[in-house]
Design a protein around this ligand. Sequence first.
Ligand SMILES: Nc1ncnc2c1ncn2[C@@H]1O[C@H](COP(=O)(O)OP(=O)(O)OP(=O)(O)O)[C@@H](O)[C@H]1O
Ligand SMILES: [Mg+2]
Length: 500
Amino acid sequence: MSQPLLSLTGAAKTFGPVVALADGTIEILPGEIHALVGENGAGKSTLVKILAGLYHPDAGAFTVSAASVAFRNVADSKAAGISVIYQEPTLFPDLTVAENIFIGRQPKGALGLISKNRMRQAARDLFARLGVPIDPDRIAEGLSIADQQIIEIAKAISLDAKVLIMDEPTAALSGVEVERLFQVARSLREAGAGILFISHRFDEVFALSDRITVMRDGRYVATHTTADVTTDAIVREMVGRDIGALFPKSHSEIGDVVLHVEDLGRAGVFTNISFEVRAGEVVALAGLVGAGRTEVARAVFGIDPYDSGSVSFLGTRLKRHDPQAAIDAGMGFVPEDRRKQGLVMDLSVARNATLTLRNSLARFGIISAGAERRAAEEWTARLQVKTGSQEYAVSTLSGGNQQKVVLAKWLATEPKFLIVDEPTRGIDIGTKSEVHRLLSDLAARGIAILMISSELPEVLGMADRVLVMHEGRITAQLDRADATPETVMHAATASLEGAK
Ligand SMILES: Nc1ncnc2c1ncn2[C@@H]1O[C@H](COP(=O)(O)OP(=O)(O)OP(=O)(O)O)[C@@H](O)[C@H]1O
Ligand SMILES: [Mg+2]
């Protein structure tokens, strides 16, 4: 067996009373794609931050190419050939793609001047190697997240990275973009790099990885050769118990129309959007990333304006561009980008989970800490939010646990109509089924639900009806019985039926 590019054994990291990592252990070989899996809060990102030089471990042994290392900072880690591709890279928006790649170390021309041509050519060569055509001269602003990640990878290669780490890189990517990223990862593996890949999506883990390391509660559990192991076995090691079925769709009475959207349009974003959602019904809004699903949901809820059409809720026309009116009328909205839009990072878990409940918790305008804690406890327990205390700032929670707090916050309001945008993104497989069950329960109690999801199994498993969007239009409305992977994908990718 070849010498590991990197090996971390028994790494520990605590934050005050919180043990984020008790035994972080991982070995990355040249030419392998190594997946790291575990429930929300298992310690995966903490381990990554140690490898990246962001955190100093309290204990543990760390070697790179068999030599012991102790990184003082990110620069040390980079110098040792380790590059981390973040879920949402932060490029300099005003600089060109090539400048972003070579920032601080531009190739020099004959007289020691920075040669724009050489920089451009070097960037072009990198993209050619990766098989992704991105224009080196364009400004970074406005690039898709997928392209930004590729640029970060190009930068890592130009820095001669031996180990590439990707912490949930696919969370914000569309299917085509995921496939492109995987091709890039495979070609880097071919060239001898080692790749560490974190994802909650098992289809991705099994499609891409050569080996899988499982973590639970901050500890290393086991490493397997992917070909020799099953999803069930991995899940059992991850959660240490049996989990419920995914998509437990329960029967619910479909009642009267709750939401009626008529011919909604917004120039350049969506057109002719008409649909209804009934009490007790789960309507899925399917389509590829960028089809305009989130934009429609935001307009319906009043976060964004629309140019034409109308939104009626419980028989009354809703004021345009007024989210407070929507909330007052009984609507809830769980945003896609929960960390940015759904949480106040410095406030406690309990406070965040009850932000939407403040009126109903108040007695004479005052909310007791006890009432807040009790309300928060119920929902954070149902969603298995992992935190040492309800009083900790929500910023200290792992990514997936932050997502759960936002879900808790909206589910606790018991709205009449709930929009959920990618409800299980970033959420581990154990809690996924719980989120599905909660949504099913809400529907069974007569709540109308509009669910945006890019996961086809989730759409097909949960929805009574599926609306499919493509380029800002609804291209199909399918009843549960007619919704299949083929019919949904066809409407999501093909143009309007009539235009075929
Ligand atoms: N800066 C911090 N302060 C306090 N606690 C922290 C801090 N960073 C992480 N933790 C805690 O350490 C644990 C592990 O977090 P980590 O982010 O590594 O989990 P993860 O496996 O990446 O989870 P996810 O799948 O949700 O991203 C969590 O319980 C988290 O609350
Ligand atoms: Mg994480």
